[in-house]
Design a protein around this ligand. Structure first.
Ligand SMILES: Nc1nc2c(ncn2[C@@H]2O[C@H](COP(=O)(O)OP(=O)(O)OP(=O)(O)O)[C@@H](O)[C@H]2O)c(=O)[nH]1
Length: 439
């Protein structure tokens, strides 16, 4: 503005006209000293704030701001003054003489004396109440939302970041402005860089979960375009879903425990009958598909009523636990499933096992229980014994494809029960298979 050529380009204006321009205009022109006190104000201040210029002189801009706003603007203005720089677009709320709020947009330039010392500021205020109120509302939302928001340019520079975002990065707004995400979050920036390629190829960027400093964030990057429809950056929202994830994990663990309860017998820890009925149908299905035989052993403690009567119910419970443990540790293969099927009855499913193999397996189980040598004075043997009924399903031979699985399962269990009944009738402490001539 000070070079000779441009001076000469300026239109001639006399002093009266100049004052007219200053005092009758839409913008309020002002000057403040180094302490921020108004030293000169144009008459427009009366239109904007409702005060005469003489009242305003000697006061500071903050004297016209409502509580809270003065502190907010003083923070921003203090930073500008410390850098002795020009500023524009500083939006601030002011209270008019009649109590109405007016939103002003303030711009200014620093003034210096001959020694280069700051002597004050000169600038203008413009009434932007309609738009400004909206801007301030949006700024409030932007800064108070718990959702972290940021905008990145193509180099990963933080163009904007709200309070929550700065908190997430654990840096001040000053540190955040213009910093590179590649430095702050190298891995995350790598992912966002890949997103630019997605946008280029016309793919909508998917949301993704990001773990950052032990917290889990649901992030959604959205491409930013300029007026020529070119991608110029990303806007990213970060929603902290740590609490939700933790709750989901707790729920999953609780469900697991519930499932355990639903599947297990609380006394012995073995699978219960409900689980085993389902399991048996799955095994039958598999056996039918594979064409392999499937056997079941139904084991029952001999004279258990007498055991209870003689040693007490508590000892009876301990005895059931001991038998359960012995049956489980007698298994030869992990897929041979042992369950408590009833009071003192245990079911063992033996997949891919024919009748001869099942008889041998049942015999081993019986001997292992005998080997425990648990005293049972009310039994003819004087120690605890079991009887076992064995039944085998030869899937490929005997099944019609229309027979429901549960019918096959109950038929098999019924057969094992009949075999067990025979074992009991023949004196107990023995194994019987049905049908007896199958193997
Ligand atoms: N302690 C205890 N006893 C149980 C439990 N469930 C069932 N019983 C007992 O098991 C006994 C089964 O008796 P019975 O069905 O007459 O059979 P048993 O005396 O073993 O005779 P046989 O099977 O013919 O040798 C009953 O006295 C039940 O009370 C349990 O959870 N704990």
């Amino acid at each position: 503005m000070n070079d000779g050529k441009r001076q000469s380009d300026l239109p001639d204006v006399d002093e009266k006209h100049l004052l007219d321009l200053l005092h009758h205009n839409s913008d309020w022109v002002w000057e403040v000293d180094a302490q921020g006190r108004y030293t000169w104000v144009s008459g427009v201040v009366h239109d904007l704030l409702g005060y005469e210029p003489g009242y305003v002189i000697g006061r500071t801009p903050f004297d016209f701001m409502p509580p809270g706003e003065a502190e907010r603007v003083a923070g921003a203005f203090g930073e500008i003054v410390s850098q002795q720089r020009a500023f524009s677009g500083l939006v601030n709320r002011n209270m008019r003489a009649d109590g109405q709020i007016v939103v002003l947009e303030t711009s200014g330039i620093p003034l210096f004396n001959d020694r280069g010392e700051l002597t004050g500021y000169r600038g203008i205020d413009r009434n932007i109440s309609n738009l400004g109120e909206r801007v301030l509302q949006l700024e409030t939302i932007y800064d108070t939302t718990p959702v972290a928001l940021c905008m990145l340019d193509l180099d990963g520079r933080l163009v904007m970041s709200n309070k929550a975002m700065n908190g997430l990065l654990n840096i001040s707004p000053e540190e955040a402005a213009g910093s590179l995400l590649g430095h702050l979050m190298p891995d995350v920036w790598q992912q966002f860089q890949d997103d630019f390629f997605l946008v280029e190829s016309g793919v909508i960027i998917p949301g993704r979960e990001i773990i950052w400093r032990d917290r889990c964030f649901d992030t959604q990057p959205v491409a930013l375009y300029n007026a020529s429809n070119r991608v110029v950056g990303l806007s990213v929202t970060w929603v902290d879903i740590t609490a939700r994830r933790e709750a989901e994990q707790k729920l999953a663990s609780a469900n697991q425990v519930l499932q355990q309860y639903a599947q297990r017998d609380h006394l012995t820890g073995l699978y219960n009958r409900r689980y085993m009925d389902e399991r048996l149908m799955n095994e039958i299905n598999q056996a039918v598909e594979d064409g392999f035989p499937l056997s079941v052993c139904l084991a029952d403690i001999d004279y258990f009523k007498r055991y209870n009567d003689n040693y007490g119910h508590q000892s009876g419970d301990n005895c059931l636990r001991a038998v359960a443990k012995a049956l489980v540790s007698s298994r030869r293969r992990p897929e041979d499933n042992v369950s408590r099927y009833g009071g003192e009855e245990f079911l063992v499913i033996l997949p891919r096992t024919d009748q001869a193999q099942a008889l041998a397996e049942a015999e081993r189980l019986r001997e292992n229980i005998n080997a425990l040598m648990l005293p049972h004075v009310a039994s003819p043997t004087h120690y605890l014994t079991i009887s076992i009924g064995v039944a085998t399903l030869y899937a490929c031979e005997s099944l019609s494809p229309d027979t429901p699985l549960h019918m096959i399962a109950s038929g098999l269990i019924h057969q094992a029960d009949t075999a067990l009944y025979a074992a009991k009738n023949r004196g107990r402490n023995q194994v019987v298979a049905m049908p007896e001539n199958a193997s």
